[in-house]
Design a protein around this ligand. Structure first.
Ligand code: DCP
Length: 230
């Protein structure tokens, strides 16, 4: 009947809104996440959520990213607390698109960046605990589920050169050693899988490849990313 058809349609729309096939793109600073994400803007079945860093540069006018790099001990907690909120907003953002493509996630924030600050003693353990309790509550209570992780795997030396070339004001003081350590955080989580659990299967791409050739890499996995794999 017509009523039944309408019901089926409504629930189909609802389930689509509630649960698009969600892909997160991860990798070191300068690994090419933005380039990757931009490639998929041309597909109208994909909701593309790029550049969360722009949000972190403007929290009611405050550039938290800049504060954090200037004084990690003073602003580390504030910054990561805001990152966690912005990521939660993006994870739970409703869309009618069947695929949602996100740059970074609440997971890399916790497992790579907060974890690094904790290990370095930059984030005092009580502050880390507060962030962690928020994180655990969010994971348990909201739908931040992920279906696929694209890991842009890179060499620290290469992303360091890219970071220098990009010349982002806030990142001027970031040394190669930091990128090496952050690389290890990503490796432990997504490659050797020896630190935290992965929220989804991982596809690893060679992020060292130059912009001009990496598009071919994307294409190899396009059907997976668009959830059209046979
Ligand atoms: N950052 C952080 N803590 C987080 C997330 C990011 O300190 N939880 C910092 C690291 C960078 C900046 O924010 O200085 C942006 O990092 P991303 O790796 O998220 O973004 P990029 O623009 O560097 O990615 P890409 O170059 O791969 O497009």
């Amino acid at each position: 009947s017509l009523v039944k058809m309408a019901d089926t349609l409504t629930s189909a729309i609802k389930s689509n809104i509630a649960k698009p096939f969600t892909v997160i793109v991860e990798g070191n600073i300068g690994s090419g996440k933005t380039t990757f994400i931009n490639h998929f803007k041309k597909y109208d079945n994909v909701c593309v959520l790029a550049e969360p860093v722009d949000l972190w540069r403007n929290c009611a006018g405050h550039n938290l990213l800049s504060y954090m790099y200037q004084d990690k001990a003073r602003w580390g907690f504030t910054f990561q607390s805001y990152v966690q909120l912005t990521m939660l907003k993006l994870h739970t953002l409703e869309t009618t698109h069947p695929v949602k493509l996100m740059e970074r996630s609440i997971f890399s924030a916790r497992y790579c960046f907060v974890e690094k600050m904790l290990r370095d003693g930059i984030l005092p353990s009580p502050s880390g605990s507060v962030l962690n309790e928020w994180f655990k509550w969010v994971i348990a209570k909201s739908n931040v589920s992920v279906d696929l992780i694209i890991y842009l795997r890179t060499s620290p030396e290469i992303v360091y050169q890219r970071m220098l070339a990009r010349n982002r004001e806030e990142e001027k003081s970031v040394p190669l050693t930091f990128l090496k350590e952050l690389h290890e955080m990503h490796e432990e989580w997504l490659y050797t899988k020896t630190s935290f659990s992965c929220p989804a299967p991982v596809i690893t791409l060679n992020g060292d490849l130059d912009k001009s050739v990496i598009i071919d890499e994307y294409k190899k996995y396009e059907s997976h990313i668009l959830n059209k794999a046979p």
